[in-house]
Design a protein around this ligand. Structure first.
Ligand code: SF4
Ligand code: SF4
Ligand code: SF4
Length: 572
């Protein structure tokens, strides 16, 4: 078994966006120095973070190498194929599919749906043997739901049906039927990788349908070569178990065993819906005779975390139903007795966090009153207090609060802009001022200065009314070509301006200086003299020739100008 967790982060690829955290239903992700990592003890292996990560940094452990080793060992290895394969490999015939899998070196191919039928039989027996009013019963077909309840709703673990999942029931059945074989499961699910570690020696490895496709590709295996009647599922073709991967399929399978007396059978899928059901169960403690089929993936395993998106849920359901509608369901017989699941709570590390510690973090991130707590979710947590608690616990960093960081950055930028000796203005496409500093208002004239005093920043003012330079900004916004060092005469003063793009096509910025200002003139002379000296010696020699002097004399003259106007260490 690979030492990595089923879900992990390739740290070098992490872009510090917190999208995985936002999508993780149990916040089992730690951000440290801007890099996300999965907290295995909190994780329920739902795979939401893998689907959400935009940079592909969240990975599913790849166990192909260990399966290839098993196949090369000479041992018989049977492939257990999850019933969602019908939506994943839509329109591939059973014999073509079985033939292709056997080409990879498997000794036989079997449908996990047979294990689902075992589960249906056991649950049917349990439901009809119980009084019907004991307590609600919860299905254990989905390992994410089992993890979720064992870790986050420990008081409900007694409601979990003590039955192995279809995958483990199937592997148990195969090992009884074919002693001394290994079993490798293929499906759309990540949590099964964790499930086999919780039940060692039943199923030997778990790969995904993506892995299967990759193995076909690597070996150049294509469909269309199987023979009907020869390339068949062992020990037989599945029946009602084939509907398990759709929401409600388990209940349909249980009902295939016969009438259910005195039980309300309900099914829910998707973690938000399941969370709401489990919260209600915890608080209401209903005594109604319920059986709840819960699947973590919305719509069922056909939408598993590593299932193909395909043509959507309707097309997937159709491909499952198409293959089941002509089956004659018989009363299945339970053939495997050893199907007890684990229904005890699973301890997760928890820390007592004082309200003082939470308030300290809130203050450190600029939240002094309740109205400062925006609960925007930008950090990945549901609200500011959950975020502050995670910071205290060492799972999050203050810099994750985007609103605080934005305010901080904007404060710093404002300070810099207002301290600048140059006029600065930002303008949008409607030629209205987004922001300017006081120096810009001074350069623009007395009217602008008065407006600025009334309305610092002059937000919303029409640029051309303040300073007739709108055409420059329009040009920059339309062409994305900067205008550099343009000189304009305004009220007998010469202004030099540089206009540049800030947000292409949306925002342009301008820097203005008054080069008729004596202070600016002084700096300008220094700058130009330095520039002349630095350009190169040949330029200096040309000046020398024109002045009829030698080069070093010219350099001395120009350096003298600088010394007259400013200190030597002043930068040009
Ligand atoms: S989703 Fe998570 S793992 Fe992926 S780049 Fe963003 S922070 Fe990193
Ligand atoms: S697999 Fe699920 S529970 Fe685990 S970190 Fe990812 S989103 Fe969270
Ligand atoms: S619904 Fe199916 S695919 Fe999704 S986590 Fe549960 S068992 Fe796995």
């Amino acid at each position: 078994m690979n030492a990595l967790s089923p879900v992990y982060t390739e740290k070098a690829q992490c872009q510090d966006c917190y999208r995985c955290l936002r999508n993780c239903p149990v916040k089992a992700i730690k951000i440290e120095q801007g890099v996300a990592s999965v907290l295995e003890e909190l994780c329920i292996h739902c795979g939401k973070c893998v689907a959400a990560c935009p940079s592909g940094a969240k990975k599913v452990r790849d166990d192909i190498a260990s399966v290839e080793k098993l196949l090369a060992s000479g041992k018989d290895v049977i492939a257990s194929i999850a019933p969602a394969f019908r939506s994943e490999f839509d329109r591939v015939t059973d014999h073509d599919f079985v033939y292709a899998v056997k080409q990879l070196g498997f000794s036989g191919v079997s449908e996990t749906a047979l294990g689902a039928e075992e589960v249906s039989g056991h649950v049917y027996r349990m439901l009809n043997n119980s009084t019907g009013a004991d307590h609600p019963m919860i299905s254990t077909a989905c390992p994410v739901v089992v993890n979720y309840i064992r870790k986050y709703f420990p008081s409900l673990t007694g409601m979990l049906t003590p039955v192995l999942s279809p995958m483990l029931s199937h592997a148990t059945m195969l090992k009884e039927l074919y002693p001394d074989t290994a079993v490798v499961f293929f499906g759309p699910c990540i949590a099964k990788k964790d499930e086999i570690a919780q039940f060692p020696n039943i199923c030997d490895s778990v790969l995904t349908f993506q892995n299967l496709r990759m193995m076909f590709e690597q070996k150049g295996i294509t469909f269309g070569k199987g023979k009907a009647g020869t390339d068949v599922f062992i020990p037989r073709k599945a029946k009602e178990g084939t509907v398990y991967p759709v929401d409600g399929g388990m209940i349909a399978g249980i009902r295939g065993n016969g009438r259910i007396i005195d039980r309300h059978m309900m099914h829910f899928s998707g973690i938000p819906e399941i969370e709401s059901v489990l919260k209600s169960l915890s608080t209401l403690k209903p005594e109604e005779p319920l059986f709840l089929e819960l699947l973590a993936c919305s719509g069922g395993c056909i939408n598993g975390p590593v299932a193909q998106k395909g043509d959507g849920i309707l097309a997937k359901r159709i491909s499952i139903v198409r293959n089941t509608s002509d089956l004659k369901w018989e009363n299945p017989k339970v053939t495997v007795e050893n199907v007890e699941g684990i229904t005890e709570p699973l301890d997760i590390p928890t820390k007592e966090v004082s309200i003082d510690a939470i308030i300290k973090v809130l203050r450190a991130t600029g939240k002094y009153t309740v109205s400062d707590e925006l609960n925007c979710g930008g950090c990945g947590y549901l609200n500011c207090r959950d975020f502050a608690k995670a910071v205290v616990e060492g799972r999050a960093e203050p810099a994750m609060c985007v609103t605080y960081m934005r305010k901080l950055a904007s404060k710093k930028a404002n300070k810099l802009i207002s301290a600048m000796p140059l006029g600065i203005v930002l303008v949008d496409t409607s030629m209205r001022i987004i922001e300017c500093n006081e120096r810009f208002a001074i350069l623009a004239g007395d009217d602008a200065r008065m407006i600025y005093e009334q309305r610092p920043g002059m937000v919303g003012a029409v640029l051309d009314k303040v300073l007739p330079v709108g055409s420059f900004f329009r040009h920059v916004l339309e062409t994305e070509e900067d205008i550099s060092g343009r000189e304009i005469n305004i009220n007998n003063r010469l202004l030099r301006c540089t206009i540049f793009t800030i947000e292409p096509g949306l925002i342009a910025g301008g820097i203005f200086s008054d080069i008729t200002d004596p202070e600016m003139q002084r700096e300008e002379i220094i700058k130009r003299a330095r520039s002349v000296i630095r350009k190169n010696l040949s330029t200096v020699q040309k000046i020398a020739y024109l002045l009829g002097e030698n080069a070093s004399e010219t350099e001395m003259v120009l350096s003298g100008i600088i010394e007259c106007f400013g200190p030597q260490d002043q930068e040009g």
